[in-house]
Ligand binder design. Structure first.
Ligand code: ADP
Length: 542
């Protein structure tokens, strides 16, 4: 017997309709490429998204067409999130920090038909326009007054002219909730990037779960500033969550430095932010240097790479901002686990709580996880033994776009490429990416632990730990350190800093100081580049 309940497909347009009907006056503030601060509301967002959907449909947009964007976080990008996916087409957000060759590859692979771009990225678009095969129109996300003069880009359109073309009435089409909605590619550090093609259903379920108190904990009482870019796994779902709960949204545009962010936090009453550790480093340095605090910020979600415990402590103790440590990946839409306390953890001391927050946390409902040994057997959840982390759930890919990489699943589970341990309460902690693990004398050394310790030293700005070749042990840890400006520390002092903090045989064999550590397009340390740079490094112990 079937239940006698209404059938409504889980569609992204329903989020926008909800926001328009129930939170019409809620504000969306954007720092624009044009230089000013722009203010709009969910009512206007919905109206303009309808106009854009109309204009695109009139120009021939069809279901499942892939529409590319090269854009910062801003209201126009948000309009496209809804106009494109809501029409049944697929929003392909491209990371503008990638090399132009990679952008050409992505646009061709996705067969983008239109490319929207912020004016910042005009030089990239000029470089790729003659090379891309399927793009029929390029749209500059600005008004007529700011259109680039004398550009050689063919079929260059103006965003505001397009919006003006579209009639305001548009009924969001109803279709199968399994229809593709958006496309994000992995960063492809070793291979060509592979596409994760999300559906309306997977996105809606991810949104519902992500907003829960033990996850992002968002409500209509929040003012959310996603520093994480909308071109990086849909800004971790915040553009959808904000509409669902009716939160005020603040978009930083291109201003991601500490001062620009802090000014915006204070001026707009931001209560919650989200971003990768490298961004928060800039913010904390600015705040320390200028003796600043937060008036309204209550919590920040940190993920994308391991959040160093020293950063968690600075936020919690000095700035009274609660750190929510999150783990995920492109293939998971992206949220997999979030670290929030259970009832019994309220009894813990502050320092015990901080230690727990350094873990990546428990799964969201809708995701399951396990750690497995090389033979495929499950590893016990004792908080000690590590294994390869595998996941499955409503918003995990079951294959890559166009079948790239063949079938990635192992007996129905997606292998994440991360090495982790899980404790009896279900808290997962990433110890490494499997390709970064240091194999010393047949035992594994987790590089993240070693990096976290180095980053707790007051003179260290950033630290990466990589495997260096060793004649006896195969590999030993080499610590690559970037110092804070004006601060000093020696190799021996750093090695000594590990005493009592880690098993003696885990202590790095050597330290090298560098001016900068290479970061990838999503702000993560590129350890493969460091491994290449120090391939022939001779350890003093070798
Ligand atoms: P890519 O895999 O293309 O680098 P993703 O953004 O999908 O890009 O990155 C996912 C990976 O990032 C995870 O598999 C994991 O290694 C790492 N990661 C994400 N969040 C965390 C975290 N909180 N702690 C440690 N590693 C993390």
């Amino acid at each position: 017997m079937l239940g006698s309940m209404m059938q409504m497909p889980l569609l992204i347009s329903s989020l926008l309709m909800h926001a328009e009907r129930h939170h019409p006056e809620q504000e969306i503030v954007s720092r624009r490429v044009e230089g000013d601060l722009h203010r709009t509301t969910y009512r206007e967002l919905a109206g303009r998204a309808r106009r854009m959907a109309n204009a695109l449909t009139a120009r021939g947009l069809k279901m499942s067409d892939r529409i590319g964007t090269l854009a910062w976080n801003g209201y126009r990008h948000l309009e496209l999130y809804y106009a494109v996916s809501g029409s049944g087409a697929v929003l392909h957000t491209i990371n503008p920090r990638l090399h132009p060759d990679q952008i050409v590859y992505l646009a061709d692979h996705a067969e983008n038909t239109i490319l929207f771009f912020d004016l910042t990225f005009l030089p990239i678009v000029e470089a790729i326009a003659p090379r891309v095969k399927t793009i029929k129109a390029f749209v500059a996300m600005t008004d007529a007054a700011h259109m680039p003069a004398g550009s050689a880009i063919p079929n260059l359109l103006c965003y505001e002219d397009l919006i003006a073309e579209g009639a305001p009435e548009f009924d969001w089409p109803q279709f199968d909730e399994n229809t593709a909605s958006s496309l994000c590619y992995t960063s492809g550090t070793t291979d060509n990037p592979k596409g994760a093609l999300y559906s309306h259903r997977s996105t809606l379920l991810h949104t519902l779960s992500a907003a829960l108190p033990d996850a992002l904990n968002c409500s209509a009482g929040d003012c959310i500033l996603p520093v994480v870019p909308m071109f990086h796994v849909n800004a971790w779902g915040i553009p959808y969550v904000a509409c669902m709960v009716g939160a005020k949204l603040v978009f930083p545009g291109a201003g991601l430095d500490g001062k620009s962010l802090h000014d915006l936090f204070e001026a707009e009453g931001v209560t919650m932010a989200a971003g990768v550790p490298t961004v928060w480093q800039g913010l904390l340095a600015h705040m320390q240097a200028n003796n600043l605090g937060f008036s309204t910020m209550r919590r920040t979600v940190i993920g994308g790479s391991a959040c160093p415990p020293a950063m968690i402590e600075a936020f919690e103790k000095t700035y009274k901002v609660h750190v929510v440590h999150a783990w995920g990946m492109t293939e998971l839409s992206p949220l997999g686990t979030i670290c929030s306390f259970k009832f019994k953890h309220k009894e813990l001391s502050v320092d015990q709580q901080l230690a727990l927050q350094a873990r990546q946390g428990r799964v969201l409902f809708g995701i399951d996880m396990k750690i497995v040994a090389p033979d495929g057997g499950e590893v016990a959840w004792d908080g000690l033994q590590t294994g390869d982390l595998q996941v499955r759930g409503h918003w995990v890919i079951d294959g890559y776009f166009k079948g790239e990489g063949n079938n990635p699943l192992v007996r129905g589970w997606f292998p994440t490429g991360d090495v982790a341990k899980i404790d009896a309460d279900g808290y997962m902690q990433i110890t490494d990416r499997s390709k970064d693990v240091i194999k010393s004398g047949g035992e594994w050394i987790g590089s993240i632990d070693l990096e976290n310790i180095a980053m707790a030293h007051p003179a260290v700005a950033m630290a990466a730990c990589i495997a260096a070749r060793h004649p006896k042990w195969d590999e030993r840890p080499l610590l690559v350190v970037m110092k804070k400006p004006g601060m000093d520390v020696t190799r021996d002092e750093l090695i000594k800093f590990y005493e009592g903090r880690v098993a003696r045989w885990w202590t790095p064999d050597d330290v090298v100081f560098v001016d900068s550590i290479p970061l990838g397009a999503t702000g993560k340390m590129q350890k493969n580049k460091l491994r290449e740079q120090f391939r022939d490094y001779k350890l003093p112990t070798a």
